[in-house]
Design a protein around this ligand. Structure first.
Ligand SMILES: Nc1nc2c(ncn2[C@@H]2O[C@H](COP(=O)(O)OP(=O)(O)OP(=O)(O)O)[C@@H](O)[C@H]2O)c(=O)[nH]1
Length: 194
């Protein structure tokens, strides 16, 4: 039986944010920052939360913030940076731009743990989502090798691990809505009356 003491939460909050123009973790939805939505979804399931970002403004959220080990190398580097700091076998990885995410969705990843899978990811709206996923620490060396080769495609990196995909029931697809632009944020607020 996997306990929360065996799981670290890793929130990716770095990157260029070129489409949004500002750090996505500080956007507000329903009176709460995006990063706080990620923290609140992870908290019941993990023993510790690590925020991966070079922005020191993320120090205020009561989680451990760490810098990216490789700069400008995208989410593979963000996950790798979190994995090398993690002291647990399992890691729930979440990007900071999915503000409707909740613990029930993340719990499905923990329920999917088996003896073989190194990555367990959500599929929602017909798309696999490696930034709503559980990673075993054994991915660390695979990601390191790929980063050395300059690989930036997270989907490719995940395909190099033993991966299992858990498909969300269609009625929960909205919970994985990803916000990349100001227009998408406006649409989300309109859709859910926030
Ligand atoms: N720590 C870390 N997180 C990253 C990095 N690149 C992207 N992310 C995070 O990964 C998630 C998805 O990022 P994207 O939307 O694909 O990329 P982005 O750089 O944030 O935005 P764009 O420049 O608009 O593509 C977000 O939560 C980002 O904060 C990185 O190099 N380091």
């Amino acid at each position: 039986m996997i306990d929360k003491k065996d799981i670290t939460g890793i929130i990716l909050a770095g990157g260029k944010s070129s489409r949004m123009g500002t750090d996505k973790g500080f956007l507000m939805l329903n009176g709460k920052t995006f990063i706080q939505h990620s923290i609140d979804a992870l908290n019941p399931l993990v023993s510790k939360i690590i925020i991966v970002s070079n922005n020191e403004d993320y120090n205020q959220f009561g989680a451990k913030r760490i810098n990216d080990v490789f700069e400008n190398s995208g989410p593979i580097a963000g996950i790798y940076s979190g994995l090398i700091q993690s002291e647990t076998a399992y890691n729930l990885v979440l990007s900071c731009d999915i503000p409707l995410i909740n613990s029930n969705v993340l719990k499905k990843l923990i329920d999917g743990i088996d003896n073989t899978s190194e990555v367990i990811q959500i599929e929602s709206n017909g798309k696999t989502m490696p930034l709503i996923a559980l990673y075993k620490n054994s991915c660390e060396h695979i990601f390191y090798e790929l980063l050395q080769k300059g690989e930036k495609r997270l989907q490719y990196a995940v395909s190099q691990c033993k991966v299992k995909t858990i498909t969300l029931d269609n009625k929960f697809d909205f919970l994985t809505t990803n916000v990349n632009t100001k227009e998408e944020l406006k649409e989300l607020k309109n859709a859910y009356n926030y």
